[in-house]
Design a protein around this ligand. Structure first.
Ligand code: SF4
Length: 91
């Protein structure tokens, strides 16, 4: 199984004392054109390197600050790109 971790946002509204996210006050997010380019490269990789499952994980910062619309759009993009039945199952 392959696991992909997208560090999609630096921003965070918490202040945990153990936190290692240095830029948590910056409004940096992974834009959709970057996400789309990454997924195209993953798709190219998967054509030649089959795996049964892929896990996509979003990480931050606080990823909930991206909002539900961001994730809905990301899911739609993933569904569109990986609807081909010959590619691995998404988890
Ligand atoms: S990024 Fe995570 S660990 Fe850091 S302050 Fe936010 S919730 Fe806490």
């Amino acid at each position: 199984m392959i696991t992909l971790i997208f560090k999609a946002v630096e921003k965070c509204n918490s202040n945990c004392i153990y936190c290692g996210v240095i830029k948590k006050r910056q409004d940096v997010i992974m834009q959709f054109d970057l996400l789309q380019n990454i997924l195209i490269k993953i798709n190219d990789f998967l054509i030649n390197n089959h795996s049964e499952e892929i896990t996509f994980t979003w990480h931050g910062g606080e990823v909930c600050l991206l909002g539900s619309e961001y994730f809905q759009k990301a899911i739609e993009l993933l569904d569109c790109m990986y609807s081909n039945k010959s590619l691995p199952k998404l988890v």
